[in-house]
Write a protein that binds this ligand. Sequence first.
Ligand SMILES: Cc1cc2nc3c(=O)[nH]c(=O)nc-3n(C[C@H](O)[C@H](O)[C@H](O)COP(=O)(O)O)c2cc1C
Length: 245
Amino acid sequence: MTVNGTTPTGAFSGDERNAVYRAIFERRDVRKDFLSDSISEETLRRILLAAHHAGSVGYMQPWDFLVIQQAETKQAVKNLFVQANDAAALQYQGKKADLYRGLKLEGIQEAPVNICVTCSRERGGSSVLGRATVPETDLYSTCCAIQNLWLAARAEGIGVGWVSILDYVALKEVLGIPQPVWIIAYLCLGYVKTFGDQPDLEKAGWRKRLPLEQLVHYERWGNRLEDSSANEESLMPEIDRNASR
Ligand SMILES: Cc1cc2nc3c(=O)[nH]c(=O)nc-3n(C[C@H](O)[C@H](O)[C@H](O)COP(=O)(O)O)c2cc1C
């Protein structure tokens, strides 16, 4: 890649760039078709290290990762999911309710590893650099760590599913998480039969990806490109989808 005839300092090689974009575009939320193959300790640590290298406000590193592998714990979390999901289903009526009930929205027991990601909001003391005006930046930081984890796992061929349909107060009790610590995510990880080429919710007809140009504004809110003929597909780098298969 060149800009004005030169390669930008620090730019990745073409293959490296493609690998990064491949992880991004082929990341999926995975809830089914987990294989029972275990994830090695080394691989798991590498994925967690990738998460731990996320940016964080004031370098606060507010995250912790609680790794769950025991069947009894997963069963207890699954029970919480069933309760929360039954309640969530009541929000929908008619066909939408039928569609909702048909969705598979967790892989808690099928996935060999579950990880609860938390945010310790008091870490770093009372005046965390950069956090004075927006206290929630510690929560955002933890989400950055989760995205790193998700992408690193994808590169390892490991699927990740985010389960938020849980009562976090009850989940804290199940996992012994101290009161001031916030739960940000409950993730299910495992090798998979296949990664879908589109989000499961899209495939199920729940929602479609919005066109990017609808979401990009120039200089002031509402100024969008009039000619929205840019084809998103053509912006995607050539990805060798068979590279690891
Ligand atoms: C904060 C957050 C919470 C989510 N909670 C759930 C959930 O409880 N159950 C579920 O099936 N998917 C959950 N997802 C996954 C989304 O449904 C998924 O990311 C979206 O449908 C797009 O699909 P993709 O991740 O495969 O691109 C969650 C994702 C995020 C970012």
